[in-house]
Design a protein around this ligand. Structure first.
Ligand code: TRP
Ligand code: ZN
Length: 456
C-alpha cells in the first residue's frame, strides 16, 4: 500500500489502464496450512474425483486416469494439483482441450488453453503412470502407497494421497469419489464407500467403488491384496470387510462386531453418517498403525474392541466432521479416544472415570503435560499422546462441568451441524458454550491452550 501511494499519479494511471479486462491469476500452490504449507491448492474447489487405476503388484506398475470435476473460485490462468513427481504425467486436458503442464516436487502445474472464469465448473483429466512410493512423515512413520508382499497397504494421513493420484490434497477440500480399480484376478481391490460392480476378463478383475458422501483425501484408500472379501447386511448396516487370507477364520466375527459399536455411537452422536461400513485387515504389523479410512478403516492386525471403537468413532469425528487445519487434530484423536472410553464402559471393561484417572495420573513433571492439546507444536507431534489422551481428558472435564445432558447434546450438535464439513477448535468452543449456556474460557484455556497439568 505504501509503495503504491508513493508512485506518481501518471504511473498509477498507466497501471490501471494496463490491467486487462480479463485479470486471470495463478491459483496458489498451497492451502496455507502451517503444518503442511504445500498441501492443497488455491483457486478452485474439487467436487468429484473419478479415479481409474490399473495396478500390477508383480511389476509394481500403476497406470492412472484421474478425472477431477471442480469449480473455479477465482479467474484462473493456471492452477496446481498435488502429485509426487515419482509418477510421470503423460497428458492433461481441461474441458477436453489439451493443457500445458509441468511437474516439480509435489506440485503438478496445469495451464489450460484458455483461462477459467471465476465460478466456472470444469473437468480436468490427468493421465499418469509409474511405480508409486510411500512418503516418510515428519514423525518418521510411512504413509501413502505402502507396498506389502501381495499388494498395497494404502493409508494416507497426513500426506500420502499425493503418492498415488493428483488432487487438491488438503482436508478442507472434500469431494465425492469413484474408484475403478483393475488388478490381477488373484488380488482384490478395496476402497471407500459401496462396491457397485465387479467384472473379470483376460485374467484381470475390475472393482468399482462409489463413495457418495464428501471425503477428505487423507481418508481415501485403495488397498490391494489377497483379501477374503465379504459384503453383507449386519443389523442396520451394510458391512464390507476385506481380511487377509491368513485371518479368514476371523472374518465373520470381525464383520459382526461393527453393528453393536455403531448402534451405540449412533445413539450418542446421531445417525451413522455413511451408506456402508466395514474394515480392511491387511496383516502387515510393520506399518504400525491403523487408520480411520472413510467407511472402511484399515488395520494391520485384528483390532481389539478398543481399537475398533476408536476407528469407528472417527467416522463421526474426523471423517464426517473434519478439522480445518492439522493443528486441530485433537478434534479427531481426542474424540476417538473418548469413543474408546465410552465403549469400554458400555462393555463393562473400564469406566470412563477410570480411564480419565489413569491418564490424569501422569506425573506433572512428565513431558506429556508440556504439549498444549489444541496445537501440538508441529507436524512431528500430530499423533503424540497429548493429542489423544489430553484431548479425551478435555472432553471429560467438559462433561463434568456442564453435566451429561448438555455434554451429549454438544457432541450430537457438533456431529450434526458440521456433518460432511470442516470445523476448527474455536467453532467447538463456541458450540459448547452455546449449547451449555456456560462461559468455558477458563476450562478450555487450561486444557487446550496452556502447557502444564491443569488442576481439577
Ligand atoms: N489417525 C490414526 C488413528 O487414530 C493414527 C495415525 C495416522 C498414526 N498416521 C499415523 C499414528 C502415523 C502413528 C503414526 O488410528
Ligand atoms: Zn485416531
Amino acid at each position: 500500500m505504501k509503495r503504491l501511494l508513493a508512485l506518481p499519479v501518471a504511473t498509477l494511471l498507466t497501471l490501471t489502464l494496463a490491467v486487462p479486462s480479463s485479470a486471470a491469476t495463478a491459483g496458489a500452490p498451497g492451502a496455507g496450512d502451517p503444518y503442511f504449507p504445500t498441501q492443497g491448492n488455491g483457486g478452485y474447489d474439487a467436487l468429484h474425483y473419478d479415479l481409474a487405476l490399473d495396478y500390477n503388484p508383480s511389476s509394481d506398475a500403476l497406470l492412472g486416469v484421474a478425472t477431477m470435476n471442480a469449480r473455479a473460485t477465482e479467474e484462473l490462468s493456471r492452477f496446481n494439483l498435488d502429485l509426487v513427481d515419482d509418477l510421470t504425467v503423460r497428458s492433461v486436458t481441461v474441458q477436453g482441450a489439451a493443457a500445458a503442464f509441468s511437474q516439480s516436487g509435489t506440485e503438478l502445474v496445469v495451464t489450460p488453453a484458455t483461462a477459467l472464469p471465476n465460478g466456472q465448473a470444469f473437468t480436468v483429466v490427468v493421465r499418469y503412470d509409474g511405480k508409486p512410493t510411500h512418503v516418510v512423515d515428519p514423525d518418521g512413520s510411512r504413509d501413502g502407497w505402502i507396498r506389502t508382499s501381495d499388494g498395497v497397504y494404502n493409508a494416507n494421513e497426513p500426506q500420502g494421497a499425493m503418492t498415488w493420484y493428483p488432487g487438491n490434497h488438503h482436508m478442507t477440500d472434500k469431494a465425492t469419489y469413484r474408484f475403478t480399480v483393475t488388478v490381477p484376478d488373484t488380488r482384490v481391490a478395496v476402497a471407500n464407500g459401496d462396491l457397485t460392480s465387479r467384472s473379470s476378463g483376460g485374467g484381470r478383475t475390475t472393482y468399482v467403488w462409489d463413495a457418495r458422501e464428501p471425503m477428505a483425501s487423507y481418508l481415501t484408500t485403495v488397498s490391494i491384496g489377497k483379501f477374503h472379501l465379504k459384503d453383507e447386511k449386519v443389523g442396520n448396516f451394510r458391512v464390507i470387510t476385506a481380511v487377509d487370507p491368513k485371518l479368514a477364520d476371523k472374518a465373520t466375527a470381525f464383520a459382526q462386531r461393527h453393528a453393536p459399536v455403531l448402534d451405540y455411537f449412533s445413539g450418542l452422536f446421531g445417525p451413522y453418517p455413511f451408506s456402508s461400513t466395514g474394515g480392511i485387515i491387511d496383516h502387515e504389523p510393520n506399518v504400525g498403525y491403523a487408520l480411520e479410512t472413510q467407511t472402511r478403516p484399515i488395520y494391520p492386525v485384528v483390532p481389539s474392541e478398543r481399537l475398533l471403537a476408536h476407528e469407528l468413532a472417527h467416522q463421526w469425528f474426523g471423517n464426517s466432521v473434519t478439522p480445518a487445519r492439522w493443528q486441530d487434530i485433537w478434534l479427531n484423536e481426542g474424540f476417538a479416544t473418548y469413543g474408546e472410553w465410552l465403549w469400554q464402559e458400555k462393555t463393562g471393561t473400564r469406566t470412563v472415570q477410570a480411564s480419565f484417572d489413569a491418564a490424569y495420573a501422569t506425573p506433572a513433571d512428565d513431558a506429556f503435560w508440556q504439549t498444549p492439546t489444541a496445537d501440538p507444536g508441529g507436524p512431528e507431534n500430530l499423533f503424540h499422546d497429548p493429542v489423544y489422551d489430553r484431548g479425551a481428558m478435555t472432553l471429560h472435564v467438559l462433561r463434568e462441568a456442564v453435566g451429561d445432558t448438555a455434554f451429549f447434546a454438544i457432541l450430537k450438535a457438533w456431529a450434526t451441524e458440521h456433518r460432511y464439513g470442516n470445523a476448527d477448535t474455536a467453532a467447538f468452543i463456541a458450540l459448547a458454550e452455546r449449547v451449555s449456556g456456560r462461559q468455558l474460557d477458563a476450562l478450555f484455556d487450561a486444557w487446550l491452550f496452556k502447557p502444564g497439568k491443569p488442576a481439577l
